[in-house]
Design a protein around this ligand. Structure first.
Ligand code: SAM
Length: 242
């Protein structure tokens, strides 16, 4: 089934948040370490108004937090109206669990440690935007994240590839990115509704990124018990081709 076959505006934000982000799990902790180390070590071009994008933000603030020290503006780009409303409120009044995510990120990382009040800064830098991953404009953003989106919005492998490439193409040449993927997922349930997945592994992610990205590194993260029907998670880091 295609991305457009699903009623994304019925996505139950509260149920998704409660299941996934009401506590910091060890898999997300490991992903944070990979991504924060990558962005901190990357030579991110400093522009006066550097812009970042998190695509399909859902009810997850931690990808945006990994970009907070490096971007003047962070676009939270989301198709579902429910998630956009949730994000608007959340950046103003973040739930307590996000402090655990931030503490984990900022510990022993100078670029993050230098940020004073992370959530005050996030509320000023984040902008929630209605959008569809398949309609992004190329060459716009200085860095980007996409967590559990390209493989979790469709069952079709052509759409998985197109979504992944559209994400990377929305960045400027050489801009760094981090993307997380469920590994061999068979779909997921949010409240009482089923949402799709395209089952992908490291080779599929590599193949999808090859035409548009360089210096790609894919790391596998152990994850158990979040739900049935998946075999861990993967994190890809790299930069858009010059
Ligand atoms: C599995 S959730 C991932 C949410 C979040 N990034 C996370 O890390 O948990 C997939 C997200 O993609 C959004 N989405 C679905 N189709 C989309 C599209 N065509 N363009 C942008 N976002 C889309 C959904 O509304 C949902 O928020």
């Amino acid at each position: 089934m295609a991305n457009s076959d699903f009623a994304w505006d019925t996505f139950d934000s509260a149920a998704y948040f409660d299941h996934n982000y009401s506590v910091l799990r060890s898999d997300d902790g490991e992903i944070i370490e990979i991504v924060a180390d990558f962005f901190q070590s990357h030579d991110i071009p400093r522009r006066i108004r550097s812009r970042a994008i998190d695509i399909g933000a859902g009810t997850n603030l931690y990808p945006a937090l990994t970009m907070l020290p490096f971007a003047a503006e962070i676009m939270l780009y989301e198709r579902a109206v429910t998630n956009r409303s949730w994000l608007e409120e959340e950046v103003e009044r973040p739930r307590p669990s996000w402090w655990e995510f931030w503490k984990h990120m900022a510990a022993d990382r100078a670029a993050y440690g230098r940020v004073g009040n992370a959530f005050d800064l996030l509320s000023r830098r984040a902008k929630v935007e209605k959008g569809n991953i398949f309609h992004l404009t190329p060459d716009e953003y200085d860095m980007g994240t996409m967590f559990f989106v390209a493989e979790s919005i469709t069952t079709r492998s052509d759409e998985f590839e197109r979504a992944t490439q559209s994400f990377v193409n929305s960045l400027m040449p050489r801009a760094p990115f981090a993307a997380a993927f469920m590994r061999n997922s068979s779909g997921y349930r949010v409240a009482n509704r089923d949402f799709p997945a395209c089952s992908v592994d490291e080779a599929d992610v590599q193949q999808a990124l090859a035409p548009v990205a360089e210096k790609v590194r894919i790391q596998t993260v152990q994850s158990h018990g979040l739900r049935d029907g998946y075999c861990g998670m993967m994190v890809a880091t790299g930069r858009k081709k010059a």
